[in-house]
Design a protein. Structure first.
Length: 328
């Protein structure tokens, strides 16, 4: 079944299930009776922020309450994610996170430090996007394709660097996976989020980044950046001419997905209402237009399917972090 049709079917199912649930459970409920806060654990300008803002506006319309986006950056996303893990489980604090939510607890364990949170402290509501990361360099860089990039990196070990959103984040892990597979070295320069890392690339402070296509599509179209390859399985709608690493003989895959979460103890009736609102947000024309214009098509999954996807992805990411090893 084509992915678009499958997503629409999942949305319809989510609406039917949550509406049925809601008939009795929400009849006497007054939730939400005040504004919600959507925590984005990264600075403005990255994938999470790009998705969060139109989704928050759509949720506001559906829930008839303002949904305020609050950026709480730090520690590769751990600061904001940990904040939501400790928030009251009343539905008024939600999290719009990336796949780094699966990575950071394992990184904390690897570094022998107390985890900022555990994954079982959250329940998933919906996945909105799932994009493979894209390897990007400046348009004036000497590399016109992936072969040239790798040949130069191998010929000059550690002569080049790459930026990321932080240690073990969704821009760090895919690059380390590629380095291990292709056999080259680059120095890792962590920033506080994708936005600052992209600014650093444009300013010439780093030589490359791996990030979601939605954060760099406009700079690529403007001729400021060049995409060399991506970590996906099929052509990207926004960058159809860019080859996948698998096509080039490097079987590494990584999806930088975005999803909505709540603290695990959130009441079932509130979760049902949020699922309904999220399903409608995923087909809201304003949401679809903004996110697709940024180069990131909607890849909606309702809570049950998202949970299964998240579990499988977490297993893959845990293995990747262990292979990377300790990074101080």
């Amino acid at each position: 079944m084509p992915s678009t049709r499958r997503s629409l079917l999942q949305i319809a199912t989510a609406l039917a299930v949550s509406t049925t649930w809601s008939i009795g459970a929400l009849a006497q409920s007054t939730w939400p009776s005040k504004p919600l806060t959507m925590i984005v654990p990264f600075p403005p300008g990255g994938v999470a922020d790009t998705v969060a803002r139109p989704v928050a506006e759509a949720l506001s319309r559906e829930l008839k309450q303002t949904v305020v986006v609050e950026n709480r950056a730090g520690a590769g996303g751990a600061v904001g994610i940990g904040h939501v893990a400790r928030a009251p489980a009343d539905g008024y604090t939600v999290l719009l996170s990336l796949s780094s939510i699966s990575i950071l607890p394992e990184a904390d364990a690897l570094l022998d430090r107390k985890p900022a949170y555990q994954m079982n402290q959250f329940k998933p509501i919906a996945r909105f996007t799932a994009d493979p990361t894209v390897l990007v360099v400046r348009a004036d860089a000497p590399w016109k394709n992936m072969a040239e990039f790798l040949a130069d990196a191998k010929a000059k070990p550690a002569a080049y660097n790459y930026g990321s959103s932080g240690n073990y984040g969704t821009m760090h892990v895919p690059m380390e996976m590629l380095k291990n597979t292709a056999g080259f070295r680059m120095t890792h320069i962590p920033y506080t989020g994708a936005g600052p890392a992209i600014v650093a690339l444009l300013a010439g402070q780093v030589d490359a980044i791996a990030t979601g296509p939605s954060t760099v599509a406009q700079q690529i179209k403007a001729g400021k950046l060049r995409a060399l390859a991506h970590w996906g399985d099929r052509p990207l709608a926004s960058l159809p001419e860019v080859p996948s690493l698998t096509q080039l003989g490097y079987p590494v895959r990584f999806a930088q997905w975005s999803g909505l979460f709540v603290p695990a103890a959130t009441p079932d009736d509130v979760i049902a209402r949020l699922r309904t609102a999220a399903a409608r947000a995923a087909v809201d024309p304003a949401v679809v237009q903004v996110i697709e214009k940024a180069g990131s098509p909607i890849a909606y999954l309702d809570a049950p399917d998202f949970q299964a996807y998240w579990d499988a992805d977490a297993r893959t990411m845990t293995g990747a972090v262990r292979r990377i090893g300790k990074v101080e």
